[in-house]
Design a protein around this ligand. Sequence first.
Ligand code: ADP
Ligand code: ZN
Length: 610
Amino acid sequence: MSALETEPGVSGALDTLHRVFGYDSFRGEQHEIVEHVISGGDALVLMPTGGGKSLCYQIPALVREGVGVVVSPLIALMQDQVDALRNVGVRAGFLNSTQDYAERNQVEADFVSGELDLLYLAPERLAVESTVRLLDRGKISLFAIDEAHCVAQWGHDFRPDYLMLSALHERWPDVPRIALTATATKATHAEIASRLNLDGARHFVASFDRPNIQYRIVGKNEPKRQLLELLTTEHKGDAGIIYCLSRNSVEKTAEFLVANGIPAVPYHAGLDKNVRARNQSRFLREDGLIVVATIAFGMGIDKPDVRFVAHLDLPKSVEGYYQETGRAGRDGHPSTAWLAYGLQDVVQQRKMIDTSEGDDAHRRRLGAHLNAMLALCETVECRRVQILGYFGQQGTPCGNCDTCLAPPEKWDGTIPAQKLLSTVVRLQNERRQKFGAGQIIDILLGKSTPKVTQHGHETLKVFGIGADLRDTEWRGVVRQLLAQGLLAVEGDYGSLVLTEGSAEVLGGKREVMLRREPERAAKAARTSRRAAPVDMPAELAPVFERLRAWRASAAKEQGVPAYVIFHDATLRQIATMRPKNLSDLGTVSGVGENKLAKYGRDILDTLEAE
Ligand code: ADP
Ligand code: ZN
């Protein structure tokens, strides 16, 4: 029996929450979910990142008899998850391919003899007959299926291994199952329920809003300079994640930041396994490090103090975007989700879809995902309302996104659209030619560039008919026509071609409404932010810093991330409250019995050492 265990049945959910995790109360639907699973019911839980999904299965696993088996694809994080649990006195272990024989043996023995509260497993383990036999030899309290969206083919990180999880119920019909995900469009939601055979399960759908995250989508002009400005003016010294589409741009961007004195490391699937593991581990353990990554990075990263997530390329879907940006601000403090997006992104992504493997249905799905993402980028409404709407939830204008803070104008772009489309038509009909956006815009602007004269394009009737707009404005028009499906791209050079919708615009049967970037959008958003940084009086800062220094050394000594010891929020509360004894310290949120026993004395000493 572990130190914290009491007689089965005596220790209820709330009591376990207080004693083990040191929290006062459940959040949102946590309590109902926990009670439901404790009583043996199946559950499907949709909750945003940072919503508190882990407790939904950890507490039932502690309260019910037996071992809670957690299926998770996040092998690289299992060690940290297990360390964090052990640090609060929970007996946790994992089985995955990173272990040697002796370690695995020990965990298996602990499982069989009931010496574990929680066992983490990679999904592919369950395909191995020996694992199934092992599970039969112990007592299982529940199955938790984390990152359950991996079972959905509609979604964006489908994992074939997840499909076999549907068999759990047949093999262990009496063991309750709880599936959890932070990704939930209606389609994904339905697919999880059906593929996991969760017929009788209760569905718990939390609000997907993340009010502390400020959403901003800006036009991409000089991405590196724009990024540098964001980092130096708003996020100095902050930890953050920067996503790029290609490995090459990941490396270039990381080098660029380091050259500018900003600590950053690259992360992508092409890097050596050890380098990757080291960079991830540094990101989790160090304060204020930036990781520049492809989407291979971050699933399940539970670092609570990621202050910003920046995208230098357009994500492929709203689901992906929301999950990636959701890694910011798990601790509930103000954070930024910033995306730079331009014409080239649309061209590139359409091309990737056209040349992607798979059948037409697959390409249509990718196209639908992209269209939803583009609609979010081009909206003149509140970004948050649009995102929540995508997940089937309602919202009101939030006051904490770029379109709320600096509303873009809507303007009637029908005439410019007609000018542009007719240029494409003329090239096609009169010259049998196709060109990319650059050439078309030069023609509209009446620029006699070498390429224009070489093709004799200055003799076209449309030459110079668009001089009333600037180059960047034209790029905005092209981008938005592409986004609205009124124009398409084709071939390796991104040639512009007409769609069915183009004809309606040309024929005057369809209006084209466009978004005009407010010049001062970024500035307006910026000044509003950080107006209320974390609320702690200045005179408490030295105490807080002392506590942080103590935490850093304790984390180093134990070889765990700092947040596994205590979150910033907990240290802040300790600094504010200045407890004089252990029982006062024990009332601080995040200080449970085990941590109080382990660190209490050190904290009181640190507070007294002035
Ligand atoms: P998710 O898995 O949904 O992204 P986590 O389970 O990692 O979220 O929880 C996010 C953070 O919120 C964690 O730091 C966790 O300790 C904290 N948390 C969760 N539930 C509570 C609660 N009831 N009271 C206080 N903190 C909580
Ligand atoms: Zn808004």
